[in-house]
Design a binder for this molecule. Structure first.
Ligand code: ATP
Ligand code: MG
Length: 252
């Protein structure tokens, strides 16, 4: 544990979260190494999203400790954790629909609310933030849609934009909550190819219901069930794990 903690971008130490009488996350300990692709799998209500909220600070832990990039962040608010290099996407889209694709990414790159955007807009073109925005749009394959209002994007493109928004903050650790949810199989494949192509300087933890997708992308897989880690292993071993198989067969 000590040795890996040096290179771990995320360490959870016996983290729990209660909602009233319900223990949604139950003494979860895990370490994610720099550059790793980690999948979190588990049935509905297993505590996956709650776990993400504990990592980002959107929820406080009931007990346990959270370390990001070697620093104890358990008491730090969300913005401070983001400033350390933590980015995330949400299960529910957070895009400004009337703004263009580029404007949505610019906003995220500046960390601004839309109301302030009009004031800053004239100062932006050709600045470093503008270049960063172009890079990110290129990376997610949305350059040709830069001037399109976000509301006109297809479902798959909206997911690409969400990824761009998360990347705009130049995170070192990216949390993706079911990025493929609601997409057609083709759109999902595209998005996964995109995630696969992200540089290894970025560590990615993703929640994914689809076992094939999760196992195809991840270096290691953590399986949650009733808030507990019931298995953590390589994709190969996870797919052969009897307990994991039972849970997935049992939950359809
Ligand atoms: N804010 C909350 N207040 C009360 N209970 C909550 C809250 N958030 C989550 N829960 C409960 O905690 C448990 C874990 O929920 P969570 O959303 O983390 O599961 P999940 O693994 O992300 O599920 P899904 O696959 O459906 O997204 C569930 O029983 C849920 O009802
Ligand atoms: Mg969830």
């Amino acid at each position: 544990m000590q040795g890996r903690a040096d290179v771990a971008v995320l360490v959870l130490d016996q983290v729990s979260r209660d909602f009233g009488g319900l223990r949604a996350v139950d003494r979860v300990s895990l370490q994610v190494a720099r550059g790793e692709r980690r999948a979190i799998i588990g049935p509905n209500g297993a505590g996956k999203t709650t776990l993400f909220n504990l990592i980002t600070g959107e929820l406080a832990v009931t007990s346990g400790r959270v370390f990001l990039f070697g620093q104890d962040v358990t008491a730090l608010p969300t913005q401070r954790r983001a400033a350390l290099g933590l980015g995330r996407t949400y299960q529910i889209t957070r895009i400004f629909p009337t703004f263009t694709v580029r404007e949505n990414v610019l906003l995220a790159a500046m960390g601004l609310q839309p109301i302030k955007f009009a004031l800053h807009r004239p100062l932006l073109s050709n600045g470093p933030i503008w270049r960063r925005t172009d890079e990110v749009l290129e990376r997610v394959g949305l350059t040709h849609r830069a001037e399109t209002p976000a509301r006109a994007l297809s479902h798959g493109e909206q997911r690409q934009l969400e990824l761009a928004i998360a990347l705009a903050g130049d995170p070192r650790l990216l949390l993706l909550d079911e990025p493929g949810a609601g997409l057609s199989p083709v759109e999902r494949q595209l998005l996964y190819a995109l995630i696969q192509s992200l540089p290894r300087t970025l560590t990615v933890i993703l929640i994914e219901h689809d076992m094939d997708l999760a196992l195809g992308l991840a270096d290691r897989v953590t399986c949650l069930h009733y808030g507990r880690v019931i298995a953590e292993d390589t994709p190969d071993c996870i797919s052969k794990n009897e307990m994991v198989q039972q849970i997935y067969l049992g939950s359809g």
